[in-house]
Design a protein around this ligand. Structure first.
Ligand code: ATR
Length: 277
């Protein structure tokens, strides 16, 4: 069989997903295509979906601005995606569409691939910076991975409280300044806000003065590759974890949902880094 795969969103001409999935298709010896289906937000989404459903499609990714909108067109939504409230991967099984969210599990997979020891020590203390959609998903995936101490720091503490409210793990909600003061307590610090994304944005969301050298600092931003917070962490001697690896692992999980094949991504890491640099 030939897999008909694709991506819906807008604008998506520069998306890296076709590059990744075409490599997966080639490496897995599966026949198929991964197409870009740009849907202008000015058009009626319901009409566009109606048209789209008439084509043969085995699976597709969903990106901005449709990750929430797509949900009402699905037959099933996986529990993780329901909790997050956003779908980035849809599989067509015998005409029924099921939605998943592979972003946060992908992120956690990328972290585990690089730092497996952090996943075996359940005493690992994590600080999540940010309380938007990305932070919420990553928080739940970390809880599912068994971590017991995950604190959340955010400019607006109310949003962080909302995430922590439904959780049974130990979560302190912090302001950004109190996180700076307590930074030395954390083994893993994960930056999930948009701060650092704009070119020439010359700051890290928090000061890393109190960072301990044995910590891992991770940023989910993938362009620029090395954000200010990662540069600051590196100069303090800490380990750094790049955002582009999340891109590879969320795609790995999506491809697995569509084809049942888990493709290795290690050899793509440097290639993707070169593309983004
Ligand atoms: P996403 O869904 O991609 O996570 P989002 O829901 O818009 O994006 O969340 C953005 C996150 O970045 C939030 O944690 C936001 O903080 P607030 O909840 O206080 O708004 C954070 N953020 C964005 N710009 C920021 C800035 N200039 N300083 C500090 N935090 C910022």
């Amino acid at each position: 069989m030939s897999f008909q795969l694709g991506l819906i969103g807008y604008p998506i001409k520069h998306s890296l997903s076709p590059w990744i999935h075409k490599k997966f298709l080639r490496a897995s010896n599966l026949e198929g295509e991964y197409s870009i289906i740009e849907i202008d937000p000015g058009l009626n989404f319901a009409d566009q979906m109606e048209k789209f459903k008439q084509n043969r499609i085995d699976g597709f990714n969903v990106t901005v601005p449709y990750k929430q909108k797509i949900i009402s067109y699905l037959d099933h939504v996986d529990e993780e995606a329901q909790n997050i409230g956003a779908v980035n991967t849809v599989v067509n099984r015998n005409g029924k569409w099921t939605g998943y969210n592979t972003d946060s599990i992908g992120y956690v997979r990328s972290l585990e691939a690089k730092y497996p020891e952090a996943f075996t020590q359940k005493s690992t203390r994590i600080l999540l910076i940010g309380a938007g959609g990305a932070a919420r998903g990553i928080y739940y995936s970390l809880v599912s991975s068994g971590f017991k101490q995950i604190d959340i720091a955010n400019r607006t503490t109310e949003s962080a409280e909302k995430i922590a409210k439904h959780s049974y793990v130990n979560t302190n909600v912090l302001t950004l300044t109190s996180a700076e003061r307590r930074l030395g307590r954390y083994d893993i610090i994960i930056q999930t806000t948009s701060v650092g994304m704009k070119p020439n944005e010359d700051r890290s969301i928090i000061s890393l003065e109190n960072l301990k050298e044995s910590s891992i600092v991770s940023d989910i931003i993938y362009q620029p590759i090395k954000t200010k917070i990662l540069s600051a962490a590196e100069s303090k001697g800490a380990s750094i974890h790049f955002g582009h690896t999340m891109l590879l692992y969320q795609a790995q999980y999506a491809f697995e949902i569509w084809t049942n094949q888990k493709m290795p991504v290690n050899d793509m890491d440097d290639q993707l880094k070169n593309i983004l640099e």
